[in-house]
Design a protein around this ligand. Structure first.
Ligand code: SAM
Length: 216
């Protein structure tokens, strides 16, 4: 181990989570209702949401695109970091997830800032104008990340913020025989991010590993 690094353990994660603003009642209720409705509980952690909100505020983001809505948890958390008049578009393939998210976003304090767009990221992103977006968050099918990255390069303004979730491949990044079929796609995406031009970034050990990068 390098003297410059501390290996982050589950204890560290619990420590930082205990020192980060958690969910308010609305987001707790949203998660409970999503579980009740049978949606998978694979939303980002509260501490990752807090970190992303800090990044969005530092980037002075007003226009954000997310791929992968699920229940709307991260969309609402990010939209709360936008100034009045800010807009977040979140793209969701599964109609059941989009229905749930639309319902809860409509009841949230950021209903005027968030739009759920139904469809696959690959089909929706081509309709987003060049250089029109301040931040992009990828949290959907990992096989699609390479293509979404190309769209992000096109739609982000120079200096725009790029974030992509699950760089640690659901905890299976170093497994020789991973059980999750998306692990290979995550590894390939990580290698591509590390070597391809267009973004300057780093994997941050929060949640399941978050790529944070700036559009060059
Ligand atoms: C990990 S969940 C998103 C969690 C959400 N970002 C949060 O933290 O609250 C991934 C979502 O991506 C959706 N999805 C999968 N493939 C997709 C695609 N090709 N285009 C858009 N959404 C997709 C899934 O249906 C699922 O709802």
């Amino acid at each position: 181990m390098s003297a410059e690094s501390t290996v982050v353990t589950a204890e560290h994660f619990a420590y930082l989570a205990a020192r980060t603003a958690g969910d308010d009642d609305f987001l707790r209720d949203l998660k409970a209702a999503a579980r009740e409705a049978g949606l998978p509980a694979i939303w980002i952690s509260p501490e990752q949401a807090s970190f992303m909100a800090v990044l969005l505020r530092l980037a002075r983001a007003e226009r954000v695109v997310e791929v992968g809505t699920l229940a709307g948890y991260s969309a609402i958390a990010m939209a709360r970091a936008l100034p009045p008049g800010g807009r977040l578009t979140t793209i969701e393939l599964e109609p059941r997830h989009a229905d749930f998210a639309e319902d809860w976003i409509a009841r949230s304090d950021v209903a005027d800032r968030v739009e759920v767009v139904r469809g696959a990221g690959d089909d929706v992103l081509p309709g987003v104008a060049d250089g029109s977006v301040d931040a992009v968050f990828l949290d959907a099918d990992k096989a699609g990340y390479a293509g979404y990255r190309e769209h992000a390069l096109r739609i982000l303004r120079p200096g725009g913020l790029f974030m992509a979730d699950n760089a640690f491949a659901f905890g299976q990044l170093f497994d020789e025989t991973p059980t999750d079929r998306e692990v290979g796609a995550v590894r390939a995406f990580n290698d591509h991010m590390a070597s391809a031009p267009g973004f300057s970034g780093v994997i941050v050990p929060v949640g399941d590993g978050l790529w944070v990068a700036v559009r060059d």
